[in-house]
Structure formats: C-alpha cells, structure tokens
Design a protein around this ligand. Structure first.
Ligand code: TXA
Ligand code: MG
Length: 330
C-alpha cells in the first residue's frame, strides 16, 4: 500500500500526524530546509523504525526537533550562554545546535555520544506538528542514507513508498539545503555543517571580531556527522563537478551520455548524447532551493554521468559547494 500524502488544506492532518507519532509510527513533514522523516524521539521502537527506513547505521545521531526554545532544557545540559544567544537570534530557523545531552536522551538519538542536536524549524506545518505533539521529534532528512535529500512530498514518496505512516505535503521547501550545524559544547562555536546561516552571521551575532575566532570543522573530529562522510547527498548516477571548459570538452567528445547542471550557458550541446540539461539560477539562494530537485531530475534522465559546473568560490556558495563535493563520485 502506498503511503498517504496529505496536504495542508486538510484540517485533520496535524492531529492525524500526532496520533501516528504517538503510536510510534513515522511521519514525514516539511521544514524550511528539507523534508524530515519524523519519529517520537523518546520512543526506542520508533527510533529503530526510523533507522531501518533510512538504512542508516545506528551510530549516526539524529536531530531532535522542538516547538519552542523553552524545551532546550528538556534535552540539553550545561548549555552555554553563546548557544542561548544563537538560539534566540536564529530560532525558529535553519540552525542546529549541538549541546550536552541530559541522561534520559537515548543513545539511538545521539549515536552513543554525550551530545544531542536540537533545532526549531521555521515552517508553519512543522511548528504546529511539534507544538501539538509536545515532545521532541527526531527527524533526519527524509531520504535513504547517503542519498539526495527530499525537498518535496513527492520526493519523499518516491524514496520510501510504504515505510511511512503519513507524509504531510507542504509544497517545496523554501531553503532547499540542510541547516547549519554548530557544536556549542566548547568555549567557541564550531561549524560542523555549513548552511544558509553563514559563519559571518554567527560571529557577527556573537560579537566575535574575526572568523578565526570561530573554529571550523576539523576533518579529524571524533564527532560523527553523516553529512561529513565522504559521499553523501549523492545521486545513483556518477556525478562530477568541473569547470565549464571541461564540461565543454566532454560535450564535444560525445563518448558517454550526459546530464548537465550549469549556471552559465553551455554552447553547442549535442542533442544525441545529452539526456538532460538544466541551466540553474546564478542566485545562490535559488540555486540551493532547486538543487536537490535538479539532482533528482538529472539522476532520473538515464545518463551515464552527471556533470555539474563548479560554483563560484564566494561565501554565498559555500554550503552549496559543500553539498556538491559530497555528492560527487570520488
Ligand atoms: O535541516 C536539517 O537539519 C534537516 C531537517 C529535517 O531539519 N535535518 C537533517 O538531518 O539534515 P540529517 O539527519 O540528515 O542530518 C543531521 C546531521 C547529521 O549529519 C548528524 O550527524 C548531525 O546532524 N548530528 C546530529 N546530532 C549530532 C550530535 N549530537 N553531534 C554531532 N552531529 C550531530
Ligand atoms: Mg541527511
């Protein structure tokens, strides 16, 4: 049986979703970043179901989604002052704070670590679901482990077919890439995953003068972050990120069938070897919003390879470049 997809206009959708969560079932819901696959974060069986559905190793932690900052103290301990400042400034919003966990927070949520990731999403459906549910909802991105995140209800349905009790359709996600993750357990914040909220905004908010005050992710970090695995957000078709000149050369070569994502025009595209061509926006916010949808379309084209034009090196493109480099075949 196919998972029912229900839309926002249905007034019973939130109570129905809450009922499923209370029963220990999985509910997919929209957030402003990507769709989440939600489970009651206090229910071990529901969490097990979540890991099974995603095909995710159980030592990878999941983010607990909350309705209000007052719930921070239900999950986290010894929360630093600067974490509270960030929460106040950016919640609800695309920011996940890693804090020390309280003893009751299960190892299935934390991947066996002594920290927990918390986020209040800025999306009316997510917020009313969380508010009515009352507890924390563990929600990784609603995609199979390592694969492209879902930014529409249709993506979620394609990904999971019958694993989920309910998918709430809130249309396309407005941001399109996952939240910025900040480890706040040290004396200074440390960015574990770049996102739309930039390093610059974070240090500005905390009155830190230089970006060097802010620790950036160290590859040898013992913290397990699936988003920092080498391959992540990946289509099934091999994907290569390259400058336009290389794309142009491969296009002229005509050896294998191609699907191309560029943000500038590519000349003389041969129709025979070209399965799909998408010229994306030059605006990073719009590029990000459409990125996962575009990757799914290119993946479904049947091409031998996906070629993606390298994005600019400016800060605005940092989170996008991060996702593309992890989606790329090594
Ligand atoms: O925008 C988002 O963050 C979306 C929406 C649904 O909220 N969620 C999301 O979840 O991207 P997921 O599971 O796909 O990625 C969450 C990341 C993972 O890389 C995980 O390792 C990291 O958060 N994470 C969660 N708890 C952590 C912890 N205690 N310490 C370090 N990293 C943690
Ligand atoms: Mg994910």
């Amino acid at each position: 049986m196919k998972t029912p997809v229900r839309s926002t206009i249905d007034p019973n959708i939130i109570p129905a979703a809450v009922e499923q969560l209370r029963k220990g079932e999985l509910v997919a819901f929209p957030t402003e970043t990507v769709y989440g696959l939600g489970a009651d974060a206090s229910n071990e069986k529901a969490l097990q179901k979540l890991y099974n559905a995603k095909g995710r190793p159980t030592n990878h932690p999941v983010i607990v989604h909350l309705a209000s900052a007052e719930q921070l103290n239900d999950w986290g301990a010894e929360i630093s002052d600067y974490a509270l400042v960030l929460a106040k400034q950016f919640w609800p919003g695309p920011l996940t704070l890693i804090v020390k966990k309280l003893p009751h927070v299960s190892n299935q949520v934390t991947g066996g670590q002594n920290t927990v990731g918390l986020r209040i999403p800025n999306h009316p459906i997510a917020l009313s679901l969380l508010k009515e549910f009352g507890g924390g909802v563990a929600a990784p991105s609603a995609n199979k482990y390592g694969r492209v995140s879902a930014t529409s209800a249709e993506h979620v349905r394609q990904e999971f077919s019958d694993h989920i009790a309910l998918i709430i359709d809130g249309g396309s996600c407005s941001i399109g890439i996952e939240s910025t993750i900040i480890d706040t357990t040290g004396p200074l914040p440390k960015i574990l995953r770049p996102g739309i909220i930039s390093e610059e905004e974070i240090f500005h908010c905390l009155n830190l003068n230089q970006s060097s005050n802010l620790e950036t992710k160290n590859q040898s970090t013992p913290i397990r972050v699936p988003g920092s695995d080498k391959i992540h957000y990946a289509p099934r078709t091999p994907l290569f990120v390259m400058d336009k000149g290389f794309i142009q050369a491969l296009v002229s070569d005509q050896k294998s069938s191609l699907a191309i994502l560029s943000f500038t025009a590519i000349d003389q595209l041969p129709q025979s070897f070209l399965k799909k061509y998408i010229q994306a926006s030059t605006d990073p916010a719009k590029y990000a919003q459409e990125l996962y949808h575009n990757l799914r379309v290119l993946d479904a084209s049947g091409a031998d390879k996906i070629l993606v034009e390298s994005t600019p090196h400016s800060r605005d493109w940092l989170a996008i470049a991060d996702r593309l480099s992890r989606a790329a075949s090594k």
